[in-house]
Design a protein around this ligand. Structure first.
Ligand code: FES
Ligand SMILES: [Fe+2]
Length: 335
């Protein structure tokens, strides 16, 4: 089966990770390939990040090839035209008269950009619509008292919907992740936001051999197609950003970015946090799923049984993020 046939879905619209904020210094220019497109990301001397179509509107040079930050702009390496983060051409060093369009509209194919939670987010919509919702702030990733983030990343042949659907596929937890019970949760859908909360008790064994019952909870928020956050409390407290960026319709990058309250190095809490991160990311976590995502197809009409989770309800939620969805909806607001 040719690759493109594995998924009928196109690339959903949404806010997607394009860089970690601290990995984009002033003056940096990065070539990216996301959303099936060539892009260039830069940070100007005022500290503002810009995400543009990689190909210069003048004669088509790749702005990542010889392009450099100059003041508030990115200057093309070919004939030195200068573009600001909003995509306007603001200087052509050898033009006596600027083309009138340069004043009227952005010419460099800009993407809306936000910075929140230590992440630079780019808004993708296949028809170039302005953002239909916001990025959610997750205070733990920027506030004092929380540890520097632990970051992991993977690249494989899948898409944001398949990855997000994993959370409602309750039956796989036993067979892929060897978990014998999944706590009952409460899920709410509100437009583009899906929230789930599961609260339960866990029995843990202390280093002195005694056992203790600990209250635990898992809260997740899915904010559109590209932003998911999970908060875990119990033996440890963890905040996790699940960041998926489509590279092509059937290829993506996935990042996990964790933080937790600062704890003394080598303490019991420190060991427990490291163990929790390892189990969330290793075979008992996302690395158990990745080989399956990498080869599976998407069944639009799956054969389901009563023990499967609310997969179809989840799909109805997610289909609002496709501009080419059957109903012809192109915006959340049109609902
Ligand atoms: S191609 Fe970019 S300035 Fe000419
Ligand atoms: Fe999974």
């Amino acid at each position: 089966m040719p690759r493109a046939d594995r998924f009928p879905m196109t690339i959903p619209f949404g806010w997607f990770f394009v860089a970690y904020a601290d990995e984009l210094a002033i003056g940096d220019v990065k070539s990216l390939h996301y959303f099936g497109r060539e892009l260039v990301l830069f940070r100007n001397e005022s500290g503002v990040a810009g995400l543009l179509d990689a190909y210069c509107p003048h004669l088509g040079a790749h702005l990542g090839e010889g392009g450099r930050v100059d003041g508030d702009t990115l200057r093309c390496g070919f004939h030195a035209w200068a573009f600001n983060p909003a995509g306007y051409c603001v200087d052509i060093p050898y033009a006596r008269v600027m083309p009138p369009i340069c004043k009227r509209e952005p010419v460099a194919g800009p993407y809306p950009v936000r910075e929140a939670n230590g992440v630079v987010w780019g808004w993708y919509h296949p028809q170039g619509l302005a953002p239909l919702h916001d990025v959610l702030e997750v205070a733990e990733f920027t506030q004092p008292g929380w540890a520097a983030p632990t970051r992991l990343e993977w690249r494989f042949r899948s898409n944001p919907q398949e990855i997000a659907e994993n959370g409602v596929d309750v039956a796989h937890f036993e067979y892929v992740h060897r978990m014998n019970s999944v706590p009952e949760g409460v899920t709410t859908y509100e437009g583009h936001i899906r929230r789930s909360a599961a609260v339960g008790e866990r029995t843990m064994t202390l280093p002195n051999g005694q056992t203790k019952v600990v209250q635990s909870s898992v809260h997740t928020v899915q904010n559109g197609a590209g932003q998911k956050t999970t908060h875990l409390t119990g033996i440890v407290t963890l905040a996790l950003q699940v960041l998926v960026t489509p590279v092509e319709a059937d290829e993506c990058e996935l990042r996990f970015c964790f933080t937790h309250p600062v704890v003394p190095p080598g303490s019991f809490e420190d060991t427990a946090i490291k163990a929790a991160i390892a189990s969330t990311t290793g075979q008992s976590g996302v690395e158990g799923d990745i080989p399956i995502w990498d080869r599976k197809i998407h069944r639009t009409r799956p054969l389901l049984c009563d023990g499967d989770g609310p997969i179809l309800r989840f799909r109805r939620y997610f289909e609002q993020f496709y501009a080419d969805h059957d109903s012809g909806k192109t915006s959340i607001a049109a609902e």
